[in-house]
Ligand binder design. Structure first.
Ligand SMILES: C[S@@+](CC[C@H](N)C(=O)[O-])C[C@H]1O[C@@H](n2cnc3c(N)ncnc32)[C@H](O)[C@@H]1O
Length: 313
């Protein structure tokens, strides 16, 4: 609260009112000795303290704007398996609104698949796409892979400091075997208060199911997704069960997958597809022999056995 003549309190082009003893600007003013302090108390839905201060003086006022605290936000956006039409409306909106879109690449000279889909939907996206190198196929050299994640994390942390929010475009769904999760884990200690969110994407298994006319699950059937890099035994165990089994990451291991299918009697019903939605796509219907090796981008579905409508309900 002020003493003396309130008219002495200036409120022009950024003049700041005197501080209260606690250090915060005191906004309640007395315009005549008989008048009550105005406004009496803060009201909900009322003017902000700065507006109150100016209003009380009944003159134009330009107080400095309150400092806005930006919450750093990282959004993983699912770009589908390859066909640019297989992305959600929300994904396209988020990419269009983003100030910067990070895409993972093997080395900075190529256009990755996630990037191709971004460019398909976002006019002028090339200007805001930032390629970040991830050693995507690096399974043998752990140190090199970790170094690539650290470097990618450091770069995205810089982008977050610069832009406040970053969208990361990733193939399929960001929560299914995606580099996005490693990036988010790398960034958590680097960017205090980071909010991580995702926009779901269509997975390769969903695309293959649609393209091959294969039902993924009915009634009480389990649906198991196996990365064959976990070992052929893991796949074999799943195939021995009652549900549908989907295999990912088996290009180099196609012969082992073929053997597991034969041994469990699933070879005649399994379907597989490579490079779905891309120019060199192949889709092989049930009964087509699986011989390897296949491209890294290969997916297999061994559907559950069904004998009658709703039999597993
Ligand atoms: C690292 S995982 C990425 C999965 C992806 N996030 C998803 O939601 O489908 C890579 C594996 O996904 C499968 N995949 C992804 N895109 C594919 C495509 N276009 N065609 C066939 N398989 C694909 C393959 O099994 C590949 O080995």
């Amino acid at each position: 609260m002020y003493g003396g003549n309130d008219e002495e309190v200036r409120c022009e082009s950024g003049a700041v009112p005197p501080l209260s003893p606690g250090g915060a600007p005191e906004h309640r003013v007395r315009s005549s000795p008989s008048q009550e302090l105005w406004p009496p108390t803060p009201r909900s839905g009322a003017r902000t303290p700065s507006e109150d201060y100016c209003h009380a003086l009944l003159r134009p006022c330009a107080l400095p704007p309150a400092r806005t605290v930006v919450t750093p936000r990282l959004t993983g956006v699912g770009m589908g398996p390859g066909d640019p039409e297989l992305v959600t409306v929300k994904a396209v909106r988020v990419l269009r609104e983003a100030a910067v879109v990070v895409v993972p690449v093997l080395d900075s000279g190529e256009t990755g698949r996630a990037e191709a889909t971004v460019l398909h939907h976002v006019a002028g996206a090339a200007a805001k796409v930032e390629r970040v190198v991830f050693a995507l196929n690096e399974r043998e050299d752990r140190a090199r892979r970790e170094a690539a994640w650290d470097a990618a994390g450091a770069r995205v942390a810089e982008l977050l400091r610069e832009h406040g929010s970053v969208a990361f475009a990733t193939i399929g769904d960001p929560n299914v075997y995606s580099t996005f999760t490693y990036l988010a884990q790398t960034l958590a200690p680097l960017v205090p208060g980071l909010v991580v969110e995702t926009v779901p994407g269509i997975t390769a298994m969903q695309d293959l199911a649609a393209r091959s006319g294969t039902v993924l699950a009915e009634g009480t059937e389990p649906l198991t997704l196996v990365p064959v890099t976990a070992g052929a035994e893991v796949l074999r165990d799943a195939l021995a069960g009652p549900g549908t089994v989907v295999a990912y990451k088996f290009g180099r291991l196609a012969e082992q997958v073929a053997a597991a299918l034969r041994d469990t009697g699933r070879d005649s019903s399994a379907v597989w597809g490579s490079a779905l939605g891309l120019p060199d796509e192949q889709i092989r219907p049930a009964g087509h022999p699986l011989t390897g090796p296949l491209p890294y981008l290969s997916t297999l579905i061994a559907p559950a056995t069904r004998t009658r409508r709703g039999g597993k309900l």
